[in-house]
Write a protein that binds this ligand. Sequence first.
Ligand code: HEM
Length: 201
Amino acid sequence: MNKETVIRRVFKPGVFLLCLIPLAVIVERALFGGLGANPVEAVNRFLGDWALRILLVTLTITPLVHLGGWPVLVRFRRMVGLFAFFYAVLHVSNYVIADQFFNWGDIWADIVKRNYITVGMGVIIILTALAVTSPKAMIKKMGATRWRKLHRLAYIAGIGGVFHYWMMIKADLLLPQIHAAILAVLLGYRLYRSKIKTRSL
Ligand code: HEM
């Protein structure tokens, strides 16, 4: 098998299956009673956690390509990013269906009154725009410069995701702080790169 075939037949399906593990875990917990006393909240938190983690992994791919010299990783960025969107959609669906029972009045009140929900809403809108424009054909249609500008919003989604997490936690902030620190490193790298680029123009 040549390198291209290994990527397509081994690594791509491998990464796909890896990204499905959180879904398998939560289905297993739901079926075999591992969700604790508040199953709706447990599912909501689990899916939110994985949406944010996978979003941060997506944002780590480009720095790894530059610093680690692994250009092949770019080939996985779209798939991993779409999985972040997938878990975010499941997270929001769980909130709308199992937590709010499609009570649109209450959902709207939440969006308006609770800041972390407002921010979450903004993030899901951004992720939707990125997912819809993620196929290669869209780069041609939009033009590479516009497409790249739009996809920089992934960083704003990351910032919003971390804020959403941070704002809803009332006591121990350690985990949101860890997520924020990872994001700060990724953003710092991004700014450093764009400065270097403008200097060399
Ligand atoms: C309309 C959009 C969204 C709504 C309505 C929403 C709603 C919620 C709710 C109700 C909680 C749980 C609060 C609690 O248990 O007290 C939560 C937690 C969370 N959400 Fe969202 N969310 C949205 C979007 C997102 C997105 C896009 C992400 C990630 C990219 C995300 C990541 C998280 C995380 C990490 C948590 C904390 C989980 C934990 O406590 O471990 N949410 N969200």
